[in-house]
Design a protein around this ligand. Structure first.
Ligand code: GLU
Length: 307
């Protein structure tokens, strides 16, 4: 058996360079780093830049600068998701070959239109945990030869997971065990401990789209496994996404990490911070002359622990 010493705990901070990091990112990075050090483990930085339109080199540079200022050391080389598209594509091809993914031609606007027409009759269209309309499941039945012709003609399409088929396939792999995860933090409703995964709430999630050859769900799941991440520590806003990640892990025979979803740093207005607000950017605090110790004190004041 492997002794714990031969397998150090692996933590990661995985920002997207589509804006400046804010205090919430600083907290997440500092917490991951502190936990990795306390466990004599490893701390990885991963640049999640699959969205090649919104991600920019200057934001990536700012990530390195901000983390360096926070006193955080990370391992090199840094994994940049944009350098691994063929890796994600192979997993997608496997899901397609297993009939668990299908080409989806409706744009977001078309889905919203369909929802509006449906809801005009007084019924409720299903929404995912982020509040976005779920993709219409009847699209799964689009005739395959027609879909292939459209693709050959160059029609824009995404690939989506057939959620019902995926859950069925996962059941086969789980052989009686239930799909769940170990939560060391808390979900939005206080969920903790062994938490049942509910991927069905997301509907047919996107696996790849025309402007990004891999989706967040697919690449984050594959990379955590490829990098041997043992502890996923991230904001509570990603708690429900874990249901999809657990499903993909089971389908693709990937290991199950531990999860800890932490409190979010909120703005003075009590709302989630946004990358577009420069005032709450890490660099704004640095320019105001604050130190990383001052940020720690701010977090402590709000009850945000760093252990
Ligand atoms: N890249 C994601 C973000 O910036 C975080 C991914 C994760 O921690 O799972 O929100």
């Amino acid at each position: 058996m492997d002794s714990p010493l031969s397998k150090p705990a692996v933590f990661r901070f995985a920002p997207s360079p589509n804006g400046l990091l804010h205090l919430g990112h600083a907290y997440s990075a500092m917490l991951n780093h502190a936990l990795a050090m306390a466990a004599d483990g490893r701390f990885l930085l991963r640049i999640e830049d699959i969205d090649t339109v919104r991600c920019r080199p200057e934001y990536e540079e700012a990530i390195y600068r901000d983390l360096h200022w926070l006193g955080i050391e990370w391992e090199r080389p840094v994994r940049r998701q944009s350098e691994h598209f063929p890796f994600y594509q192979r997993a997608l091809d496997e899901l397609i070959a297993r009939d668990l993914a299908y080409p989806a031609f409706l744009s977001r606007a078309e889905v919203r239109e369909r929802m509006a027409r449906f809801e005009a009759s007084g019924e409720k269209w299903p929404r995912d945990p982020d509040g976005a309309p779920c993709y219409p499941t009847e699209e799964r039945r689009l005739e395959r030869t027609l879909a292939l012709r459209w693709i050959a003609e160059g029609r824009q399409h995404a690939w989506r997971l057939d959620m019902d088929a995926a859950i069925e396939a996962a059941k086969g792999k789980l052989a009686g065990r239930s799909l769940e995860w170990n939560e060391a933090g808390n979900g939005p409703d206080g969920e903790t401990g062994r938490v049942p995964a509910q991927p069905d709430r997301w509907g047919d999630v996107v696996l790849s789209r025309p402007d990004a050859p891999s989706s967040y769900h697919l690449s984050v799941t594959l990379d955590d496994a490829a990098q041997g991440v043992t502890h996923v520590v991230r904001g509570k806003d990603l708690f429900h996404a874990t249901s999809v990640h657990r499903l993909l892990q089971v389908l693709l025979d990937l290991p199950e990490p531990q999860y800890r979803h932490h409190e979010l740093v909120l703005g003075a207005d009590g709302r989630k911070l946004s990358k577009s607000n420069r005032d709450t950017g890490i660099s704004a605090y640095r320019e105001k002359g604050l130190s990383p110790a001052d940020l720690r004190a701010l977090f402590a004041r709000d009850g945000l622990v760093l252990d």
